[in-house]
Design a protein around this ligand. Sequence first.
Ligand code: BGC
Length: 728
Amino acid sequence: MTEPHGSEQYQQLDAQRPWLDRTLPAEVRAALALEAMTLDEKIRLVHGQVGFSFAGKPKPDAAIGSAGYVEGIPRLGIPALQESDAGLGVANPHNVRPGDEATPFPSGLATAATFDAELAELSGIRMGAEARAKGFNVLLAGGANITRDPRNGRNFEYAGEDPLVTGIMVGAAIRGIQSNRIISTIKHYALNAQETDRLVLSAKIDPGAARESDLLAFQIGIELGRPHAVMCAYNRVNGTYSCESDFLLNQVLKRDWAYPGFVMSDWGAVHSTEKAALSGLDQESGEEMDEQVYFGSALKEAVEKGNVPLERLNDMVRRILTGMFASGIVDDPPQPGGFIDYTLHAETAQTVAERGLVLLRNRNGTLPLAKGLKRIVVIGSHADKGVLSGGGSSQVIPVGGNAVPNLGPRDFPGPLVYHPSSPLKAIEAKAGGTRVEYVEGDDISRAVEVAKGADAVIIFAHQWMAETYDAPDLTLPDNQDHLIAAVAAINQNTVVVLETGGPVRMPWLSPAAAVIEAWYPGARGGEAIARALFGEVNPSGRLPITFPLDESQLPRRKTTTNTASSNAGKAADDQTVEVKYFEGADVGYKWFDKNGIKPLFPFGFGLSYTAFTYLGLTATNLGSSVTTSLEVKNIGAYRGAAIPQFYVRRPDDAAFPIRLVGWSRVLLSPGETRRVTVTIDPRLLARFDTVAGDWKIAPGRYTVEAGTHAGDLSLEAEFALTAFRLKP
Ligand code: BGC
């Protein structure tokens, strides 16, 4: 007979394992468990394997079969870590088999474009629930690298170019994921801003500027999301690998931010034993991808010789255990085979897609499509079958399978995956008596022929982006610019729907009647797009990333390449490619503002089927904080969401371009007015003083500029600050 919980025998067991007492704080439980561990058991927790069959090695026996696996310590009731990617749903790109399917959520940029932190949290709740139901206790989500280059192949996993938006949106998603009593990471710490040469690249940046930009995004994300783990990145920062950077790990993360969780490496990002351990790395992940296993017997030896103090190993283990106890994975371990409400989750994915799609152009109210059209032509990008997604470790194999198999690279990060949500079918379903025709986009003359005389043409354009690659430039691939230009030239009701990983050039913009940026819109992307086209959804997304006119407007004309190196292979220590981030903290719209450059579409831009006015801006220094407030009114005919945005400038300091300090998402009926107020995070008013090691607010005049987007800030209010310092 099995003994029920609470029996004498169980209580005895518990008495021998006091760390299993759920009433104790996680740190106390971690300390108690640590005391009971042998040196070998400690070592076991600080390194992990690839979780699937890799490089001729079979899958670790007890691993579920995803990104990573760290053995547990059954004697002590400490479970193994079962790790899966990533931030757009439970991914399993390496190992497709029945049951691997999951709900694909829209890309990180789509989620960020909602400017809706509650919705980002809800997506996190759904993804985390799927991870738990599949038996994973770690979801490697939380991509928080800000966009320094719109060509970066992984921008679609992240939340755009602004540290506040990234910190708030990614932090919210992490909070949602961890609400399922599992562990989430935030990654890739730090400055992994391009894929080209990611293993050999050194990001050169002024440390103060890094604190105000890339690191601030992580700082805010960690404060709001409280992830139990941080993943250090592949690249070096100022010459030192991220996973052995005393500056990034010990000084900034653990000392200045008092981070209590553990640092796990990216897969193949560890290059040393002693240096990494002493610099603050707590766990080596995917060890088969490193040159050698650095945190196995080599670490044990280093501890025995005293080269790595035992207390440092204890600290690593304590941090990992604290995360395990605090998350709930010890008390309530996830079991594979749990129920997943895929319908509910797809609904959430659809809401994100609907709120995240950005209406970029709408000449003479082309959209929403009028009722009673005779003929609509849909062109291109497999819109008859599904919607595109981004490739790499975050790839989700969707419920229903890949709608367009056998496209793109056969091996990682391919193949291309189309989620089975056909925009064409969704358009047909809404079109009533209208005739809807579909034609592929590769035969331009045929597409032009069919488009002639149609009442509306909807061209779908694609740009596949993936981990390990950067886009060579901002031009849509596969001759699509010619297709769009040719069709728009003969049909003035041409609507372009973009499914891209990020910004693209739009040489055809002026003849196009309307443009929607739909990003990678996830499980129900087709439905979301169709609903926006027909006005069932009023577009309300805003760009979390500037769309430049072309590459000449960027700090760097090209992404740095080193043809001698590979992005996916192992890094040779003597190969370094330096990327100079001379723009410092002035990333994205700040760069455009400072240099007086007018982009194609500014950060924060997005149209609506209705119109809003903003008035009555105030800025008030309350002593302990500054608040700013305005009134927003819906002056159009549709119900819709406005996203008023507040930016700060120091008019007397040219080196201080505008910074986003807050926004609010408000749903308003026609004629309705609402006042919105935001409190400014004082770090956004400060510069980081690297000598003193803290934030310094300069005394003087500041202005809040508010309006619809970074390029249209018509309201201004002034406030004054006295000199002030904030802890780092
Ligand atoms: C990626 C990480 C990912 C890891 C495990 C790496 O290549 O950079 O984002 O979590 O693989 O799959």
